[in-house]
Write a protein that binds this ligand. Sequence first.
Ligand SMILES: *Cc1c(COP(=O)(O)O)cnc(C)c1O
Length: 405
Amino acid sequence: MNTPWGYRPRNQREEPQWDLHLQTHAIRSGLARSGFGETSEALYLNSGFTYASAEEALDSFAEETEHFLYSRFHNPTVAMFEQRLAAIEGAEFCVATGSGMSAMFASIACLVEQGDHVVASAAMFSSCHVVITELLPKWGVTFELVKGNDPSAWTTALSKPTKVVFIETPSNPLMEIVDIAMVSELAHKVGATVIVDNVMASPVLQKPLQLGADVVMYSATKHIDGQGRVLAGAILGSASYIQEKVMPFTRHTGPALSPFNAWVLVKSLETMELRVERMVSNAQIIAEFLEARPEIKSVRFPGLKSHPDYALAMKQMSGGGTTIGIEFAGNQEQVFTFMNKLRVIDISNNLGDSKSLITHPATTTHRRLGPEVQAEMGITPSVLRLSVGLEHSTDLVKDLTQALS
Ligand SMILES: *Cc1c(COP(=O)(O)O)cnc(C)c1O
């Protein structure tokens, strides 16, 4: 297993001689046992490290010996999380960060300078939208937003020199699908680096690097933790991108992940595939149930044949996802009445959790964007986002049925 600074797990048996499955990586990869031989991953909750001598400190800082220096740069527990996630993703390297947004910002900021151009899919998580349309322009980085599922719009936008292409697929909240392979091919012709926000699909359902993208970023707050406990993020890509671009940026700007949160996440990865698979099958049942209800105008779920990009979704994802976009045949007041009647599903702005959560994007998560940008994304006061959790699907259907009636 590679790490950016040459750190190697200790006390390990020889690595197996065959390619491990994702689920085995999720349990085994990155495990660096201490001399005590503990079963579970150890929590190294420390900021600094000590040296046996002044000479060892000198050699460590000169990178002539392998030694952790400071937890802003790296930490043994954080490294276990980074290596495990990299193995699952099939990426050379991973850098973990304190939130999804710090990962998103660092993944782009480490590449761009004044005068550079960024192209992004228009339907985006609202804080990502703010970074690209408000913050980067302050430093002279221009941008263009493209309707994500319109190939001709991508062809036009990517006919100009572009430094970064940023895509979110499926998009939050209306599950718009961007063709990762098609956009990557166009982007590479103009020399752009393609970054995919893979949060909505999770590492289980979509592998952007295999489809031609260069970089994957996560909010590990979502399915990776998946139990509502910690904020975290991750950037995954090639050795050169991580070592030459990301690390020189993150080491000095400090979006480091707490070792405690990394320890929570290392254990979360062990159950991620099981959890996501169950969430997907629950979401499929609920999407089909909602689609048949007269109170619902339309259901946006990539696993439904009615989804406008169903074929593409099934080609680039291994499941329909865990989140459903719902358009009500009713106004905001009726939508709020429905939300308030729910007895199992919680009202919350989070997603990818073991608890099913319902959100009214127009007044919460996407509120800051204002009605015009919301309308461009298809978000109206009648739209809800349902993140389907791990409860029994029968109870979820019963809850929705009683709240709809
Ligand atoms: C939540 C989310 C983020 C931001 O992650 P945080 O961990 O909340 O900082 C970015 N992109 C998408 C698609 C998200 O859902």
